[in-house]
Write a protein that binds this ligand. Structure first.
Ligand code: IPD
Ligand code: CA
Ligand code: CA
Length: 269
């Protein structure tokens, strides 16, 4: 598979950041047993990976804007904007769980045009360009064809205890859980989307996300023939942070369940 110049630029940046994360990940294991723990070290690893991405992308395409998890928005006035999460799955990384990724997306004139998600531990590279399909390494990806909800494995995220959405998320989860083959909370939104695109998860839903968690993954799922939207047809994923993904049927079923009225005690007054 011949990659475009743009995807090559993104892959070079993401793999460079990924190598830096892998080196640090190997260190994190040693820090688990120290009293201070690996917290500060992981923050540094995260910042270092973001710097690597920023420098590599800026060198290849000078002047583009950036929206980064750590560095925030750098608005150059350009029509092009990189949306990056240098380390998606920080909690996993911090606990030496090898499930995290680098996520890089490019938006041009407000439209997603390319996305790369790199898992440096499994060395899997998920890529997509608008209108050109989605790939894992050199293999074309398609979302799973499964339509039976009771046979489906659905990924989600469980909000941290101090988040107000916790009770609502659990109520939704209880409902969905009783209808599907299994629920998985992996701790990486980017990889959940990549896995939907690869047909490894039949669906995915989550709330409380940020644009950098989802940007690359949204394009990758769509280019793999999947659907990904806000559960509410009138709302925008970037604004609310909620999304639901899957093939057309599973997306529709999940979306329907996520729009069901909540028990009265959980409804916003
Ligand atoms: C987090 C992960 C996680 C999701 C959180 C995100 P981070 O990103 O994507 O799966 O549940 O909402 O904040 O902090 O690891 O980059
Ligand atoms: Ca992050
Ligand atoms: Ca993230």
């Amino acid at each position: 598979m011949a990659r475009s110049a743009l995807i090559n630029v993104m892959v070079t940046a993401a793999t460079k950041a990924g190598r830096s994360l892998t080196r640090d990940f190997n260190e994190v294991e040693n820090l688990q047993i120290s009293i201070k723990g690996p917290g500060d070290f992981v923050s540094q690893a995260d910042l270092k990976a973001e710097k690597t991405l920023r420098e590599a992308l800026n060198k290849a395409r000078p002047g583009y804007s950036f929206l980064m998890e750590e560095g925030g928005l750098i608005d150059t006035g350009s029509d092009h904007r990189w949306i990056i999460d240098p380390l998606d799955g920080t909690t996993n990384f911090l606990h030496s769980n090898p499930f995290f990724a680098v996520s890089v997306a490019l938006e041009s004139h407000g439209q997603l045009v390319a996305g790369v998600i790199y898992d440096p531990i499994s060395e899997e590279l998920f890529t997509a360009e608008r209108g050109r399909g989605a790939f894992v390494n050199d293999r074309r990806m398609r979302v799973a064809a499964r339509t039976g909800f009771d046979e489906s494995v659905i990924a989600t995220g469980i909000p941290a205890l101090n988040k107000t959405e916790h009770a609502v998320a659990l109520a939704r989860q209880r409902d969905i859980m009783s209808r599907v083959a299994g629920i998985r909370a992996t701790g990486s939104a980017a990889l959940n989307l990549a896995y939907v695109a690869a047909g490894r998860f039949d669906g995915y839903y989550e709330t409380g996300l940020s644009p950098w968690d989802m940007a690359a993954g949204l394009l990758i799922v769509r280019e793999a023939g999947g659907f990904v939207t806000e559960p509410d047809p009138d709302a925008s994923m970037y604004e609310t942070g909620s999304l639901v993904a899957g093939n057309e049927i599973i997306h529709g079923k999940l979306r329907h369940l996520l729009n069901k009225p909540l028990p009265e005690a959980l409804q916003k007054k």
